[in-house]
Write a protein that binds this ligand. Structure first.
Ligand SMILES: C[S@@+](CC[C@H](N)C(=O)[O-])C[C@H]1O[C@@H](n2cnc3c(N)ncnc32)[C@H](O)[C@@H]1O
Length: 204
């Protein structure tokens, strides 16, 4: 099986084009919503091509990490185009080199659906370590719809999504939240019943 780094090495060039219908039709309003009320130093984990950049709050400083140098190259181009100062670093979200409590908030959009089931807990533990105790970890993810027709369509899409993005719709990130020393503060759907927002905080 291809590693995620290799998948995104191949996909990077086409990522923004392949994703464009979903970006315009679904993701943009969700990205704007994701950053509302955040301040200070934010980590964008799995920054990809930097699709979130337009929505970073002006007064915040942001660090973006990603496993894939090819995706980071694209993100650097977007950063230049938008005239932003964003730190971009090649790192695995399960093993970063940042000190404890380094960030005021953490966001991850469509990262956990790309991580394998056995990476969910290590990734959450690492984000828990990096986020200040009063900070929030905000995650936007896909889930399988409960509507039979929508679910069937998603099942038909799944092999393509797996091949192009190394992603799956059936990750159960919430299951690992307590084990990572986190608590689920909020869970709600932002688009139909297929794109959800999870807000996590460290356990008091
Ligand atoms: C589906 S893309 C989402 C990108 C971006 N967050 C967005 O909303 O468009 C997933 C990204 O996660 C990155 N990724 C996959 N595994 C990773 C890991 N273990 N650590 C850091 N980034 C990872 C991929 O390289 C890819 O850029």
């Amino acid at each position: 099986m291809m590693t995620r780094k290799r998948v995104y090495g191949l996909t990077a060039r086409l990522y923004d084009i392949l994703d464009l219908p979903f970006e315009l039709g679904r993701y943009r309003p969700l990205r704007a919503h994701l950053f509302s009320g955040l301040s200070g130093h934010i980590l964008d984990a799995g920054v990809g091509t930097g699709r979130n950049m337009e929505f970073y709050p002006q007064e915040c400083s942001v660090t973006g990490i990603d496993l894939s140098p090819s995706m980071l190259d694209r993100a650097a181009k977007r950063r230049a185009r938008l005239g932003l100062r964003v730190e971009l670093l090649e790192m695995d979200v399960c093993r970063t080199t940042f000190p404890d409590n380094h960030f005021d908030a953490v966001v991850a959009t469509f990262l956990f659906c790309v991580l394998d089931e056995n990476q969910q807990l290590p990734a959450l533990k690492e984000l828990s370590r990096l986020c200040k105790p009063d900070g929030e970890i905000r995650i936007i993810e896909y889930a399988y719809s409960r509507n039979p027709v929508r679910r069937l369509v998603m099942r038909l899409w799944a092999p393509w999504v797996r091949a192009i993005y190394g992603a799956a719709f059936d990750r159960e990130t919430e299951r690992y939240v307590p084990g990572a020393g986190l608590r689920l503060v909020e869970r709600r759907f932002l688009y139909q019943d297929i794109i959800k927002l999870l807000i996590l905080k460290t356990q008091a």
